[in-house]
Design a protein around this ligand. Structure first.
Ligand SMILES: NC(=O)c1ccc[n+]([C@@H]2O[C@H](COP(=O)([O-])OP(=O)(O)OC[C@H]3O[C@@H](n4cnc5c(N)ncnc54)[C@H](O)[C@@H]3O)[C@@H](O)[C@H]2O)c1
Length: 363
């Protein structure tokens, strides 16, 4: 596990665009453990009450305008934690403002055009971008990566399985949330509701693991959805294949089940299983178990998880002690997610009782 030595000068300054639950319950607790290298200096939210109360918790400036964060010379790293529809424009604005690094919560864009524009701006400004798919920053994943050898080339089966309580339970364990949007009971008989929930499931939840899935799927551009179902109250059961891979994506969020988040990749002679900590829980890293033949090796748990890993990487990027990740890899991850999301929505809608007119539509 890498450790960043405290720099001689001041910690780098962080500014948030969006001070909602993910800022309050995930990023502020992670940053509280990294005070020697990172300091929150500005919290912006369109809700002035959220902006000022969240900023007050950490002694930062607050505002309701994005320009105030981008023009603040004390802010070196911008963290974009607004709802997804604002991400692309805010990433582009933060790059153009010449900040040292940008963290964008997932998903970093909602279509290929936005992704291409981000790539262009990132290339022309040179500002490194990190997308908050935290599992790729988890020391358990990174340790396994050093040992899994040819598994990405040889895997035939890949599974991502997520069982979680609703976010609010963990948010409330982590902190006292200032304002949370009201939620109602969805009308499951409405095909448009199901489509929206499937898209939200893939682009909001599965997206954490899709970069991992893509890593083990060299022919990812030939992905095909075999079956997709919405799972109540919120979740999905999706079967996918490529010419060489069988891929299963499963998720359910409800109040009763024990949290479990696993990723598996299996070939004829080796297997990787990673048990990630649930979102919001910051109590050490994932545990990876790699087996080849009769030998099994376990990696972790290590002292921090992917959220802290993201921030450590951002600090190194902002200081120039680490090379910026490829924007193309982020675009490929997004393109892969969008392809699965689009085909999944179509497939789930075709199987819905309200789909009399769309029967026969396939992924
Ligand atoms: N990595 C993770 O584990 C994880 C977990 C939860 C959410 N998220 C992501 O974080 C992002 C934020 O989610 P959230 O749970 O905080 O809930 P949210 O999206 O409901 O809250 C975001 C906050 O942004 C504010 N906001 C709205 N419009 C804005 C704008 N244009 N500019 C700035 N702020 C604006 C809202 O007032 C609210 O306080 C989403 O993209 C979500 O997918 C990531």
């Amino acid at each position: 596990m890498s450790h960043i030595a405290a720099p001689a000068g001041r910690p780098l300054g962080v500014g948030f665009l969006g001070g909602g639950p993910v800022t309050q319950a995930i990023h502020l607790p992670a940053l509280a453990r990294l005070k020697d290298i990172l300091e929150v200096r500005h919290v912006m939210d369109v809700d002035p009450g959220v902006a000022s109360s969240v900023a007050a918790r950490v002694g930062a400036a607050s505002s309701t305008s994005m320009a105030a964060v981008l023009e603040n010379p004390e802010v070196d790293i911008v963290a974009i934690c607004s709802p997804h529809q604002f991400h692309a424009e805010q990433v582009i604005a933060a790059c153009r403002a010449g900040k040292k690094a940008v963290l964008c919560e997932k998903p970093f864009a909602m279509n290929g055009d936005e992704a291409a524009r981000i790539a262009e701006v990132s290339a022309s400004t040179g500002v490194p971008i990190v997308v908050g798919a935290m599992h790729t920053f988890d020391p358990g994943w990174l340790a396994a990566e050093q040992h899994w050898g040819d598994l990405p080339a040889q895997a035939h089966t890949i599974r991502s399985s997520i069982v979680l309580p609703p976010n609010a339970r963990f948010e409330d364990f982590a902190t006292e949330i200032i304002t949370r949007p009201a939620t109602g009971t969805p009308d499951y008989s409405d095909i448009e509701v199901i489509k929206g929930m499937m898209q939200g499931g893939i682009m909001g939840l599965a997206i954490h693991d899709l970069p991992l899935v893509r890593r083990f799927t060299p022919d990812y551009d030939e992905i095909e959805v075999l079956q997709a179902r919405h799972v109540r109250p919120f979740g999905y059961a999706v079967s996918l294949r490529t010419p060489t891979r069988v891929i299963e994506l499963r998720a359910v969020m409800n109040n009763t089940w024990k949290p479990a988040w696993t990723f598996e990749a299996i070939s004829d002679d080796s297997a990787l299983r990673i048990d990630f900590t649930p979102s919001y829980v910051q109590a050490g890293s994932a545990v990876a178990t790699f087996s080849r033949g009769s030998e099994t090796t376990t990696f972790g748990p290590y002292g921090h998880n992917g959220y802290e890993g993201e921030w450590r990487e951002l600090a190194e990027l902002a200081r120039g002690t680490r090379r910026a990740p490829s924007a193309q890899a982020l675009i490929d991850d997004l393109t892969f997610a969008l392809a699965i999301s689009g085909a999944t929505v179509q497939n789930a809608a075709a199987g819905h009782p309200g789909a009399t007119q769309t029967a026969g539509a396939t992924a």
